[in-house]
Design a protein around this ligand. Sequence first.
Ligand SMILES: [Fe+2]
Length: 277
Amino acid sequence: MLDDAKAAEFRERGFAVVPGFYDCERDIVPILRGIHEVIGLVRSKHGLPAAPEFRLETFDEGYPELLARDRRYASEVYDAVKQIPAFVRLVTHPHHDAAFRRLRDGSLPGVAAGGYGIRVDNPGEERFRADWHQEYHAQLRSPDGITFWSTLVPLTSEMGPVRFCVGSHKAGMLRVVSRDAAHPDKTGAYGLLIENRDEVVARYSQEAPIPAPGDAVLIDFAVVHASGFNVSRRSRWTSQIRYFNFRHPVGVRIGWCGSFAAGRDFAAVHPELVADE
Ligand SMILES: [Fe+2]
């Protein structure tokens, strides 16, 4: 599943696409069926007619209308789908432990509580788009963590695939400023901005792989990356599952605590990583 060349690629570049990491039929399709059911329930709750029967290619056909009616209806779907048992089974997929141990010598893998979910990036939405960032600041737990990223829908370049600064993990954790004046609506992890962001980003070549459903993109917690802009007409459904290392000394020191999503103030945990504004 993860040969020497792939492991070397991950260490060198800070991310790697592993084709066929999951079994689509067994691991992914049941999640899509669950999402289809949840969309149906939210539609019926708000008086909308039933969505079309489940079909693999169009499992989310009933979603755009919910989003168009009221963004809060779409949020109900968003909050619900990470609780679909088939998704929680994916979170604990044995390939995650195995890949983590392979890439982090001598580690003891942990699943980041609250560090897994299904993102829905809707066409034209900027507010929740993730600007250039490193995973660690929003997740904590341990700095040598790995995000297992995968897509639930076939991607196109118009859907805004994740862009990576190739090799940027080697610079370690970067300092951040805690507010983006241009986007006062972006709060929590979305409000963190890498210090001298444009200068940092310009140092690296960028890549935006287009993985298929069933592939996993393994992301080093220190590599700089950003969501692209979804300029397509379809929402981008993707899964993020984060693992950390119980044995990392920084993880031990901070008690494997989480960041914003866990109610912690990043600046209080890592004051040395926050620049003066
Ligand atoms: Fe990220």
